[in-house]
Design a protein around this ligand. Structure first.
Ligand SMILES: [Zn+2]
Ligand SMILES: [Zn+2]
Length: 283
């Protein structure tokens, strides 16, 4: 049987990729239009006072989206013979709603934990930040389509984490479609730049809305989790708390310029410099 005659090939690599790209575009398209048009009526729901750069950067972000997604698809197709052996359930039986919901809850917890440490690692190591993660942080005032503006290495690693748990647990392919759809909704909403009151994602327990990740882009440090804020609370990396430290570092710069004596903020500044995390981009 050739690859193209294998129904499992069409159900996993092909359909999962189409679901991923389609759901992202359906969510990010209108949200990007919102950032582009910036209607005065919805400004009270905009997170930052700065205007979004959507008008200038849509073509570039669209190229990142297309290039990264095609690369991801090519890799999954390349690895398909191996992934197939790992036991993804591509049978015709449909999983129950309860099975899908339980699987998604488990994947959210596991994926967020792994993403937190990967993301924190990108910030902790100057080489990783400069060479890879910096591409995503060119977006200081997020807007939806820019969620996929990433270095290809970061995009592949993020995608691999997303698929790791369903593949390891032998999830049914319908569950995988729901999972990748959810991740893309989360990515588009988390970068939308708006907290809209009628957003159905706010019904998901623990979800903090776009404000959580938006603050990471604005302040550059803290809020490393993708979805669950408990991780940043647990490990002391909340953006609000780190923002205060960055404020101390800025005070240290000011005192150096004005010739004032050394303050506790100097130590913060040296620590920030040593980790490659100069305070910047505060809203
Ligand atoms: Zn980051
Ligand atoms: Zn982001």
């Amino acid at each position: 049987m050739t690859l193209l005659d294998d129904p499992a090939f069409w159900r996993f690599p092909v359909t999962a990729q189409l679901v991923s790209m389609g759901v992202f575009l359906l969510a990010a398209g209108p949200l990007t239009a919102l950032a582009w048009l910036d209607p005065a009526r919805l400004r009270p729901y905009r997170l930052q006072s700065r205007c979004h750069a959507a008008r200038k950067q849509v073509p570039k972000a669209a190229l990142y989206w297309l290039g990264n997604n095609l690369l991801m698809f090519a890799l999954v197709v390349l690895l398909w013979p191996w992934l197939r052996e790992l036991g993804v359930d591509t049978s015709a039986r449909a999983p129950s709603v309860l099975e899908v919901a339980a699987s998604l809850a488990l994947f959210i917890v596991l994926d967020d934990f792994a993403y937190y440490w990967m993301h924190r690692g990108f910030h902790a190591h100057p080489v990783l930040y400069e060479r890879i993660h910096k591409v995503h942080h060119r977006v200081v005032t997020p807007w939806a389509l820019a969620a996929h503006t990433m270095h290809p290495v970061e995009f592949i690693l993020t995608g691999a984490l997303t698929l790791l748990w369903p593949v390891l647990f032998g999830a049914h392919v319908v569950t995988i479609w729901c999972w990748v759809a959810f991740r893309q909704l989360e990515a588009a909403d988390g970068h939308s730049g708006y907290v809209l009151p009628w957003n159905p994602l706010h019904l998901v327990p623990t979800y903090k809305g776009a404000g959580f990740h938006d603050l990471h882009h604005a302040r550059f440090r803290g809020n490393y989790a993708g979805f669950l804020p408990y991780l940043d609370r647990l490990f002391g990396t909340q953006a609000e708390a780190l923002g205060a430290r960055a404020g101390a570092a800025v005070a240290a710069i000011e005192s150096a310029v004005t010739g004032a004596s050394s303050t506790a903020g100097d130590a913060e500044l040296r620590a920030a410099r040593a980790s490659g995390e100069e305070p910047r981009g505060a809203p």
